[in-house]
Design a protein around this ligand. Structure first.
Ligand SMILES: [Fe+2]
Ligand SMILES: [Fe+2]
Length: 339
């Protein structure tokens, strides 16, 4: 049965309901013991995962189509005027990319600093770093000075706050999270690229390249998760349902995040519907419906996940029916938008 959805007054509540916004307090993400203690079962699973990681990383590197930000945006490149909504959504995507130092820290703490997993972490980091660099190059040219300065200030504040989800020290939850998050980031970049087609082809091309790479990352993490699922479907389903229950896009605590998240959801770039689609896709690819070797907690986690998908679609339907509202983008020095 679906959990009861309380009466929701506004879109911010809806996004919170969908897990796309969580109001984090500083205490909530700074309560660290400073030491990650991995339980024996998790250690066993990671050890068994290593050969898959080595293979997948090798294949990924062999098929790399590396571009550099200055190749996409050479010195003196010209931009066309972009809309306020595009500028705001692009800013949010830049800031999520800028969370990279925290992501690398999470990978190293949860997956270790040796072996195939660490090799993958380094490959991934070097690819991700170009995303933020390219978007920043673009925005530097496309935005008026005051607006770009506002972006830099947001970036600084975001990195000062940082983020450190605990995931109960489970590396399986970290991998489940990145499976979803890479695809979410892909959709978000691709959705803005689609809008940019009518605004600035340079931006469209750049986001197309970034989004394609996010898809490749999603496939890598999915391959890791698929192997873990073969080894321990109960553990994986528990991890997935817990991650979905608390899903947050990176940058969820950044200034203006809830306003821009609402904008992305309303414009069909990324919101609860897209998140539900992503989980449904993972569900189908892993044939979660028919997996039989689950224990009782695994069965429960599967039921929970099915309910979570339904809830996300219901939240998305409600959001679609909401009357337009004003999105406050004053932090970015952008006029408000009604959407
Ligand atoms: Fe990225
Ligand atoms: Fe990525």
């Amino acid at each position: 049965m679906l959990r009861r959805i309380p009466h929701l007054h506004n879109s911010k509540n809806l996004l919170q309901e969908a897990g796309l916004i969580r109001i984090f307090t500083k205490e909530a993400h700074s309560q660290s013991s400073g030491v990650i203690i991995m339980d024996g079962r998790h250690q066993e699973l990671l050890t068994a995962l290593q050969p898959t990681v080595a293979d997948v990383t090798r294949q990924h590197v062999a098929s790399q189509n590396l571009w550099m930000p200055s190749e996409l945006l050479p010195k003196g490149f010209e931009t066309q005027a972009i809309s306020e909504a595009t500028a705001a959504m692009l800013t949010m995507n830049l800031l999520t990319e800028d969370g990279l130092p925290y992501f690398l820290s999470l990978l190293v703490h949860h997956l270790g600093d040796e072996g195939a997993l660490f090799e993958w972490s380094r490959v991934w980091t070097s690819e991700e770093d170009r995303h933020g660099a390219a978007i920043k190059l673009y925005l530097r040219e496309a935005l008026p000075q005051e607006q770009f300065l506002a972006v830099e200030r947001m970036q600084h504040s975001y990195l000062t706050d940082g983020f450190w989800p605990k995931w109960e020290n489970s590396p399986i939850r970290l991998i489940a999270y990145v499976v979803l998050q890479e695809r979410a980031t892909q959709l978000s970049h691709a959705g803005i690229a689609k809008r940019a087609k009518h605004e600035d082809p340079v931006l469209q091309k750049m986001l197309g390249r970034i989004s394609a790479e996010e898809h490749r990352h999603h496939l890598v993490y999915f391959a890791f998760f698929e192997r873990l699922f073969e080894l321990d479907p109960t553990e994986c389903l528990q991890a997935l349902s817990k991650v979905v229950g608390t899903f947050e896009m990176p940058g969820h605590q950044m200034p203006a995040f809830s306003e821009i998240a609402y904008l992305q959801a309303r414009l069909g770039v990324f919101g609860p519907r897209e998140l539900a689609d992503i989980i449904t896709d993972v569900w189908k690819k892993l044939t979660i419906d028919t997996v039989s070797n689950l224990n009782e907690s695994g069965e429960r986690a599967r039921d929970t996940l099915a309910k979570q998908i339904k809830t996300l679609y219901r939240v998305a339907d409600r959001m679609d029916k909401q009357a337009p509202r004003t999105v406050d983008l004053s932090l970015l020095g952008i006029p408000s938008i009604v959407v």
